[in-house]
Every structure is written in structure tokens, then in C-alpha cells.
Design a protein around this ligand. Structure first.
Ligand code: DC
Length: 261
């Protein structure tokens, strides 16, 4: 039995309804997940968002906190041997419609998104053994809600049988502009636009060229270039891919349902 299968209260198997949204840094994945979740929530469809990069970020953050040399693959792999052997306890927990990653029982929050962590992730993300060890964590999903998952290899490796697969792209310049505002507004980090662009370029190169689960669209993914598209337009294209039975049956006319925009 697959780790992500779960029996429903009625006894039958209810597979998680997974939407994979892959793509490079700054292509709009998180914005699209937030808008999709809002749109679906307003229509009675429960969702849970999962930024799978948090799993990689959690492990990287832990290694940095413990002073482990990330270039030492054996020391990093040892972290995954379980708490009883001095390893880290990584847990995926649901919190207000999102899956979060707890490291040794606590959520490091925004610390996971700092450039200190982002710059060091490649040591972990490049290692096939580490990637394989992190798969079960990403696959143990709640069975009821629609899972809006974002990452790099979700459609190709993590959830190859997902019902809806999306791959977002955008020009490097546009992605750098979006990330730059995020660093300033959300993380309070002072960093120039040129520097953000250069970091993203290097990370793209790394994510696309690594041997283990490189960044690329699944063959059955719908590819959307978001460079000049408003988030609403992207959401509309994605919703067109949803199976009809993910939506509650339409209310009979005259039942006073919410107005459509
Ligand atoms: O989505 P993000 O920026 O939080 O991801 C950070 C890094 O984690 C990304 O550059 C590569 C790695 N990652 C990965 O290898 N596979 C995923 N499914 C998600 C993230």
C-alpha cells in the first residue's frame, strides 16, 4: 500500500487529490497556490498547500545550526538516521491549511527562507540518497483536501500519478524582480536586484543540471509562462485542468449561491 493512501470513514480508499506545481525560483508558484486555495475555498473545496522546498530547507537549516559541514555527505546523511541515533526529527504537520516542516519538534518559520539557508541547499538537494530519504515525508499526505504542492520534481518523481500537473516558467529578469521585492518586504534582507538575479540564475542552473531529479516539466504537465500573466489568468488555466468531481455539485438555480466574478 502506498504511504499516501488512506481509508475514508466509509472504509473505501481515498487517494489524496494532488496538484503538482513545479518550476524555478520566482516563477509564481506560491502566489498561484495562495490564489487557488482562496478561489477553491470560496467554492467549498478544502485545500492544503505544501511547499516541498521546506523539507530541503528544514534539513539544511538543521545542518547549519548543528555546525555540520554540508560538503561532508556522510555527516549530512547521518542526520537522516533517526533521532535515536542522534539524527534530526523532521515532521510534516498541517497548520491552518498548510503543510509545515518541524525540525526537532519546532517550526523554524521564516528562518528557513533566508539566503543563508537557500545558498546551502544544493549540498542536500544534489544528493540522491538524501532525496530518496525525503520522499516518504513528502508523500504522507492528508487524504481529504486537494493538495496544492509546489516544488521542482513533483510531477516527475514525488507524485508521478498526480491528477493535475503544472509547470510554471517566467523570464529570469521577471523572476528576479519578484524575489527582490520579497527579500525586502518579507525577510527584511538588503540585497541588490543584480545580486538576486545572479543567485537565481545559479540556482536554476543547479536545479536543472543536477543528476538527481532535475527541474523539468513532466511529460503530462501543462506548461504556463507567467512572465506577463496576472495570477488570476494563471489560476484560470490551472482550474481548467481540474477533474469535475473535485468540485461540489452545483447548487440548484435559485438556491442563492455566491456570485461569480
Ligand atoms: O521552492 P524553494 O525555493 O523553497 O526550494 C528551495 C530549494 O530546494 C530548491 O532550489 C531546490 C530544492 N528543492 C528540490 O530540490 N526539490 C523540490 N521538490 C523542492 C525544492
Amino acid at each position: 500500500m502506498n504511504a499516501s493512501d488512506a481509508p475514508s470513514p466509509g472504509g473505501e480508499l481515498r487517494r489524496p487529490r494532488v496538484v503538482t506545481i513545479d518550476g524555478p525560483a520566482g516563477c509564481g508558484k506560491s502566489t498561484v497556490v495562495a490564489r487557488l486555495s482562496e478561489w477553491l475555498g470560496a467554492r467549498g473545496v478544502a485545500t492544503v498547500g505544501f511547499s516541498t522546498g521546506l523539507v530541503y530547507r528544514g534539513l539544511t537549516w538543521c545542518a547549519l545550526e548543528r555546525g555540520i559541514d554540508l560538503a561532508d555527505a556522510r555527516a549530512v546523511r547521518a542526520l537522516l538516521r533517526g533521532v535515536e541515533l542522534g539524527g534530526v526529527e523532521l515532521r510534516v504537520v498541517e497548520l491552518r491549511g498548510e503543510l509545515r516542516v518541524e525540525v526537532d519538534g519546532h517550526d523554524p518559520g521564516e528562518a528557513l527562507r533566508t539566503t543563508r539557508v537557500t545558498d546551502a541547499i544544493h549540498w542536500i538537494a544534489d544528493d540522491p540518497e538524501v532525496r530518496a530519504a525525503l520522499l516518504p515525508l513528502q508523500r504522507a499526505l492528508p487524504a481529504g483536501p486537494v493538495i496544492l504542492s509546489e516544488g521542482r520534481d513533483l510531477g516527475t518523481v514525488v507524485y508521478p500519478d498526480a491528477a493535475v500537473k503544472v509547470y510554471l516558467t517566467a523570464s529570469l529578469e521577471e523572476r528576479a524582480r519578484r524575489r527582490h521585492s520579497e527579500f525586502r518586504d518579507r525577510l527584511g534582507e538588503e540585497i541588490s536586484l543584480e545580486e538576486v538575479q545572479e543567485r537565481i540564475r545559479r540556482r536554476d542552473e543547479h536545479d536543472s543540471e543536477r543528476e538527481a531529479a532535475p527541474l523539468r516539466p513532466a511529460e503530462d504537465a501543462v506548461v504556463i509562462d507567467t512572465t506577463t500573466l496576472a495570477p488570476e489568468a494563471v489560476v484560470e488555466e490551472i482550474l481548467a485542468e481540474f477533474p469535475d468531481d473535485w468540485f461540489p455539485p452545483a447548487a440548484p438555480s435559485g438556491a442563492g449561491g455566491g456570485a461569480d466574478e
